[in-house]
Design a protein around this ligand. Structure first.
Ligand code: NDP
Length: 296
């Protein structure tokens, strides 16, 4: 069994990104990223902190906007409008989920698609579906695809099962895996099945997978009987489970029962240290791409 080390692969992506930033800076351009957080959800706050920190380490001009939970839709839209118009900002990210009174779809729609480095704007969703490489692809599935290619997993002709159909992970993941592979974006040409909460005989479906992507948000849901021998498993899940002996009172587990599934796999990602670091790495890469496009 091979452990796919997301921390190491993310470091490689960051090194590429740093070189691209240096090239832009030699032309007088510093990529800028605005990260917006509304409210005080602890997990969201932690994500925003690590994105902001990593951006600053790479030399990206990173601006963090931490707004109170009472922020109105109009106030948030006004901030987005300012960021859209700011030439020093190339990427805008509004951390999900916002408080209940905020219409998230309307916020995503307000972001300039050319600055939508999360890839959630309908224009970018359409570009992914249309195989148009000028869009932005959501960072988590993009990171999963990179993990597969870096680990030398052959996706062409493989049976891939994506467990979960969210717009953030499952659906774009399926689109990436089914797309025709290109030199710029290898890791496609798979035969893809998407499974979800209404899928009949789920274990029989997941057992078909040469490549299984688990993105459902259920701790250790994927058990050994759901995975075929020799499969490659990418575990997107990040779930907090109570753990009284852990310093924080909880620990993070994936959507896969790692201990029992790993021995059956050709390769598998751990949680933490698998997909998580790749999400941030691809966000930084997308931000630099946005800046490069303004300089082209
Ligand atoms: P969502 O809740 O938006 O989607 C979950 C999907 O899983 C839905 O399509 C749902 O089906 C499906 N699902 C839920 N329960 C079951 C079940 N029992 N059997 C089959 N399918 C089921 O979650 P996200 O896609 O946003 O996130 C998924 C996981 O990935 C979470 O743990 C999240 O924390 C993690 N994540 C990790 C990231 C990273 O950087 N590593 C980034 C983003 C997410 P249905 O549509 O039918 O309801």
């Amino acid at each position: 069994m091979k452990l796919i080390n997301g921390t190491e692969i993310a470091a490689k992506v960051h090194a590429e990104t740093a070189a691209r930033i240096a090239a832009l800076q030699s032309r007088g351009l510093t990529p800028g990223l605005a990260v917006v957080l509304v409210g005080d959800d602890p997990a969201s706050r932690a994500y925003v902190r690590s994105k902001d920190k990593r951006a600053a380490e790479l030399g990206i001009h990173s601006v963090k906007h931490e707004l109170p939970a009472t922020t109105t839709q109009a106030e948030l839209l006004a901030l987005i409008a300012r960021l859209n118009a700011d030439p020093a900002i190339h990427g805008i990210l509004v951390q999900s989920p916002p408080p209940k009174h905020i219409d998230e779809a309307a916020i995503v729609l307000a972001i300039d698609p050319a600055k939508d480095v999360d890839g959630f704007h309908p224009v970018n969703v359409a570009k992914l579906a249309l195989d148009d490489p000028t869009g932005f692809v959501p960072c988590t599935p993009l990171g999963c695809q990179r993990l597969l290619t870096e680990a030398g997993v052959k996706t062409s002709g493989a049976r891939a099962v994506v467990l979960g159909r969210s717009m953030i992970v499952g659906k774009p993941m399926a689109l990436l895996l089914m797309a025709k592979s290109t030199a710029e974006r290898p890791g496609g040409d798979a035969t893809v099945t998407i499974a979800h909460s209404r899928t009949r005989d789920l274990a029989a479906v997941t057992r078909e997978a040469d490549i299984l992507i688990a993105a459902i948000g259920r701790p250790e849901f994927v058990t050994a009987d759901m995975v075929r021998d020799g499969a490659v498993v990418i575990d997107v899940g990040i779930n907090r489970v109570d753990d009284l002996i852990a310093p924080k009172g909880y620990r993070l587990v994936g959507d896969v029962d790692f201990q029992n599934v790993a021995p059956k796999c050709a390769a598998i990602t751990p949680v933490p240290g698998g997909v998580g670091p790749m999400t941030i790495a691809m966000l930084m890469a997308n931000t630099v791409t946005a800046a490069e496009r303004t300089a082209a």
